[in-house]
Unconditional design. Structure first.
Length: 336
């Protein structure tokens, strides 16, 4: 196993929130073209980051995009198109140029009909180890789906695309009480058993990661299922979101001297969304207490204006920017 000494967090920061103001989703009508365009935008941002990133092979680069980066003009792709997202991202991220990178490609919204005819909606974060193929892919499923993740019927405009999805009548949307009382809780319950099982904690590149999606972090999904006694705690915690005001110390599960990193696509400024990096000065002493965090400032920014080719503006309201934080020492893993 190759052991990394340092980690550099990099955010692709841009606005990815649903089209509340326009009453329709910003996306291309042709789903295949939409996926190709979004994958190209992601690749362009990653390449812009690589020019300015630390070049040491002992520094792991962790690149994170915000929630809702991939969604169709109806609000969600079908499952076949969802698979093309994975394939399209893996096609370039598996190259040797990305060997010392880990990507959290924001999330993909997908939908399907269950056996009872109900409309199921999935919001999944796609993680890819650079330089690896399918074996380097992880998928984390958002558990705390919110009505705000999609437009409401009352928000749709008369020119919205046919088939536009809302959460009205959708299956799987939880109330706050249902989320807190879900039956899949328990010590160690979030450790992945295989790469596509949807759980939030996994090992990649010799590091233990914890990845949460937006409201899952707000609701404390990981702190409700802490690391099992005697197992390794996450060293790096990542939140991909679209509506997270900031990371929550009470819901930070990374170990002492580890890190929690946020890339959020809702609270946008002129050049992108909200991002933050914090070091865990003191880990959570118990489930109901908070970690002590020290904030770390951005080191370098790269504006993506003029760097995106093709019809990118049909998918995003702004080109955004890449934000690189200074490399940090990766702590040795600690047991619960």
């Amino acid at each position: 196993m190759f052991w990394y000494q340092n980690v550099q967090f990099i955010a692709y920061s841009l606005d990815t929130k649903p089209g509340y103001a326009t009453g329709r989703y910003r996306a291309m009508a042709n789903a295949a073209h939409d996926v190709t365009t979004r994958c190209s935008v992601m690749e362009a941002a990653a390449k812009a980051a690589r020019v300015r990133a630390n070049t040491s092979s002992y520094c792991l680069k962790v690149f994170v995009a915000p929630e809702f980066f991939f969604r169709s003009h109806t609000g969600a792709y079908d499952l076949d198109t969802y698979q093309t997202v994975l394939t399209g991202l893996r096609a370039w991220a598996s190259g040797d140029d990305w060997k010392h990178w880990v990507f959290v490609f924001g999330t993909v919204i997908a939908t399907f009909q269950n056996e009872s005819g109900g409309q199921e909606i999935l919001n999944v974060a796609v993680v890819q180890q650079g330089g690896a193929g399918v074996e380097g892919t992880r998928v984390i499923a958002k558990e705390n789906l919110l009505e705000g993740d999609l437009l409401r019927l009352s928000q749709l405009k008369h020119d919205s695309p046919v088939g536009t999805l809302t959460f009205d009548g959708a299956v799987g949307v939880k109330t706050a009480e249902q989320f807190l009382n879900a039956t899949n809780r328990g010590d160690g319950a979030e450790l992945q058993k295989w790469g596509f099982d949807g759980r939030s904690i996994f090992d990649m590149a010799g590091v233990r990661f914890a990845v949460e999606i937006c409201a899952d972090h707000l609701g404390g999904r990981l702190q409700l299922s802490p690391t099992a006694r005697g197992d390794w705690k996450p060293q790096l915690q990542v939140v991909t979101g679209c509506g997270v005001m900031g990371v929550i110390a009470e819901n930070t599960v990374a170990s002492k001297d580890g890190y929690i990193f946020l890339s959020d696509g809702f609270f946008a400024d002129a050049n992108g969304g909200r991002t933050s990096l914090s070091k865990v000065k003191a880990a959570k002493p118990s489930r109901d207490e908070a970690a002590e965090l020290d904030d770390i400032d951005v080191e370098t920014t790269v504006a993506m204006a003029g760097k995106l080719a093709g019809p990118w503006a049909q998918c995003f309201s702004q080109p955004g920017e890449v934000r690189l934080y200074p490399p940090q020492h990766i702590p040795w893993a600690k047991k619960a």
